[in-house]
Ligand binder design. Structure first.
Ligand code: 5GP
Length: 234
């Protein structure tokens, strides 16, 4: 595999072409942003951990019938993925109130939701990723109804699978964000699954083991990412 032209430089990842037109190389960086890009920092070693955790989660999901863009890990910070036509949506699933839901619903952080909730956000930096409903998504032609149904089905399946996996490691899955893309007529799970885009709390102590430690200046950020990797893979 040859690392080709830089295709896209994101906040936490860089994407390169490869010698295979149907595959890309993702490079996981240590950079972290929060508050719509206003806060920036480096979490030393985060890229290595997120690459390993994403590989772990994508493999576990594949074993349970969930297809993703993941092809193989290709280095400490590199992952080979299928080249998708990305759908410009963030699909968020929530089990427990946290983050932006605290203000929106006026509920205390940590309040359980009686059923898991799915939300859609428009991936648009200039608009600040506004929340959309199914009608907005169809009106903007971001996805077709059957694609939306597929994404929602996969999102809830991922929720069930991850909750089970994490429960065995004394971790509660509070919420997470997924992204999807099209490949040969199919909708596949994309992006990464890591403490950058999930909220993980210790079941007993409710200690935060995710990017909220960076967002909220709680300290022990790398330690929390490392703790998640150790609990899941050691
Ligand atoms: P909230 O809407 O509460 O800020 O986020 C809900 C969940 O989606 C959290 O697990 C959060 O990490 C994830 N999430 C939401 N927006 C983004 C984003 O732009 N980037 C990343 N990495 N995760 C996000």
């Amino acid at each position: 595999m040859i690392k080709g032209n830089l295709l896209y430089e994101g906040k936490a990842k860089t994407v390169f072409e490869t010698d295979n037109p149907k595959e890309l190389l993702i490079y996981f960086k240590d950079d972290a942003t929060a508050l719509n890009g206003e806060k920036h920092g480096i979490i030393e070693g985060k890229g290595v951990i997120n690459n390993k955790l994403s590989e772990f989660f994508f493999k576990q999901l594949k074993d349970r019938g969930i297809k993703s863009h993941f092809v193989e890990k290709a280095g400490e910070r590199e992952m080979i993925v299928k080249r998708l036509d990305m759908i410009k949506l963030e699909v968020v699933v929530r089990n427990i109130v946290a983050g932006s839901l605290v203000k929106r619903l006026g509920k205390e952080e940590g309040t359980p939701l009686t059923v898991p909730v799915v939300e859609y956000y428009y991936k648009s930096d200039e608009l600040g990723d506004p929340m959309l409903n199914r009608y907005h998504i169809m009106a903007l032609d971001l996805a077709k109804i059957d694609e939306l149904n597929q994404m929602e089905h996969v999102a809830f399946s991922v929720n069930n699978i991850l909750r089970e996996l994490l429960k065995a490691k004394n971790v509660d899955l509070i919420d997470f964000k997924l992204e999807f893309g099209r490949f040969d007529g199919e909708v596949l799970l994309a992006d990464e699954i890591s403490p950058d885009n999930c909220r993980f709390w210790d079941t007993v102590t409710h200690e935060k083991l995710d990017k909220d430690r960076f967002r909220q200046d709680l300290g022990g950020v790398v330690e929390a990412y490392k703790e998640m990797l150790d609990r899941l893979t050691l």
